[in-house]
Design a protein around this ligand. Structure first.
Ligand SMILES: *Cc1c(COP(=O)(O)O)cnc(C)c1O
Length: 465
């Protein structure tokens, strides 16, 4: 398996090169040259695999033979050995037609750990193999930063800098990032919102001289490896639910969405042959993607702060990957539309493509009160405390699933990370010990204004120290 760019000017490159490139050098996003299709017979064999074995089976289709089996297995074991649940991503039955896929049993209590624990191991592996410096640079709406730092703190040959928007992440998210004391970690607290942070990161990666002089590496979902690691739990949860119900039928997945990374992983799983029914795209009031699904128009609006800060995103960087597939892998057309988007701030897709979108996705934008009501409601009826992101997904699942359909809703974070919203529901929760201790620790972060040149100055200083 080799990798090409959605804009057609890179490729074909290998797996490790694609991982290290992050954003494609032509400004597009890297995708596999073809998505492997797994037969139903093989899928049924995969049902008996452990989570770690399944990671290995799926990755083996994508690694282009570049990582020796034993090395890949060791990385997988180290990545998922940090999880608190033996199944890594267990499912939980809520009703006959609704299961929750718990993705928050990793070190930082959000689903980002699943890909970023692996990517931390993988960066370390590449640093050891090549002796090259690796300087990870990322933007976060809260959870990616904590997970990525956790994945590489203290690791030899690696430095990590994370930009987060000042005051727009939850208290626990901020503490998870900023209480790490290792010198290979720099937290930049940036005046602005997540879109500002992500735009600056994309500009720095697009400056190819800066990128290579500073050894930049990406952990945001612009990196295809992150998407790949996230496809695994779609398969794993499908298998667990299928075993529980004795059925092998299409299942809907409801996905709380911000950057379109997680739900795109579900789309890849579907193209690989997993019996996926509808992909239900749940947003909060930052609902550009809901509008895209319903109207075929992609147009960011005004940024809103909500109870689900990790989804407070208007410009979804992974959208371009989906656009590539929905336009039948026509890279020239993707490039034309993305250029148009840059100039006009808005694009529409052709009617035929929009019909395809509507056949594959349903969407619902969840308002603030609806989010809180869902948390209260599920606590009362099912004695299950949803975090506000998961609540958006569950609410969208209830809205978009039809009678008789089975839906798996992705539980993307533990409620303790978002106590601000939980308290508004009048619910007092108990914090896990790992989170309680954060409040006692000193914080390290550097405040910068929203200007690219100031961010660049801090970065260069940190990387050259
Ligand atoms: C990052 C995040 C999301 C959104 O995922 P995307 O891949 O950006 O669409 C949803 N919920 C939580 C808790 C997150 O941290």
């Amino acid at each position: 398996m080799e990798y090409i760019s959605t804009r057609g000017k890179i490729g074909k490159i290998g797996f490790i090169e694609a991982f290290m490139m992050g954003l494609a050098d032509d400004g597009g996003l890297l995708v596999p040259s073809e998505i492997p299709v797994i037969s139903e017979a093989t899928l049924k064999e995969w049902q008996s695999l452990s989570y770690q074995e399944l990671v290995f089976a799926i990755f083996s289709h994508y690694t282009n033979g570049e990582i020796p089996e034993a090395d890949l297995k060791a990385m997988i074991a180290a990545s998922y050995g940090t999880f608190r649940h033996p199944e890594v991503t267990p499912v939980r039955r809520i009703r006959d037609d609704l299961y929750l896929l718990e993705l928050f049993h990793g070190p930082t209590f959000a689903f980002k750990d699943i890909a970023l624990q692996f990517m931390g191991q993988f960066y370390s592996y590449v640093a050891n193999q090549t002796g090259k410096k690796i300087h990870i640079l990322g933007a976060t709406s809260g959870d990616t930063g904590a997970s990525a730092i956790e994945g590489v703190k203290g690791k030899e040959g690696i430095k990590i800098c994370i930009l987060h928007p000042t005051g727009k992440v939850s208290k626990v998210q901020e503490l998870q990032m900023t209480t790490v004391q290792d010198d290979n970690v720099l937290n930049l607290s940036v005046e602005g919102n997540f879109d500002d942070c992500q735009r600056m990161i994309k500009e720095l990666f697009a400056d190819l001289d800066f990128k290579s002089a500073n050894h930049l590496a990406a952990i945001n979902s612009i990196n295809f490896v992150r998407i790949l690691a996230q496809t695994v739990y779609y398969f794993y949860s499908y298998f667990q639910v299928s075993k529980a119900t004795g059925k092998w039928e299409p299942v809907n997945f409801s996905v709380p969405t911000g950057n379109f990374g997680d739900i795109f992983a579900g789309y890849v799983a579907k193209r690989m042959g997993l019996p996926v029914g509808k992909l239900i795209l749940a947003t909060n009031e930052n609902n550009i993607l809901e509008r895209f699904i319903h109207e075929g128009v992609y147009m960011p609006g005004d940024f809103r702060m909500t109870y689900s800060p990790s989804m407070d995103i208007q410009v979804a960087s992974n959208f371009e990957r989906y656009l590539y597939y929905v336009l039948d892998e026509n890279a020239a057309e993707v490039e034309r539309l993305m250029n148009q988007f840059k100039i006009e701030g808005e694009i529409s897709i052709p009617e035929g493509a929009h019909l395809k979108v509507q056949a594959e996705f349903a969407a619902h934008g969840v308002g603030g009160q609806e989010c809180l009501d869902t948390i209260s409601d599920y606590q009362a009826k099912h004695d299950y405390l949803l975090d506000p992101h998961t609540a958006c997904g569950v609410s969208a699942a209830d809205r978009c699933s039809e009678e008789g359909e089975m839906t798996i809703a992705l539980a993307t974070a533990h409620p303790a990370k978002f106590d601000e919203a939980i308290r508004l529901c009048g619910i007092e929760q108990k914090f896990p010990a790992e989170i309680r201790v954060l409040f006692e620790k000193p914080q390290r972060q550097t405040f910068v204004d929203g200007k690219l040149e100031d961010v660049t100055k801090e970065l260069v200083q940190f990387y050259n120290a």
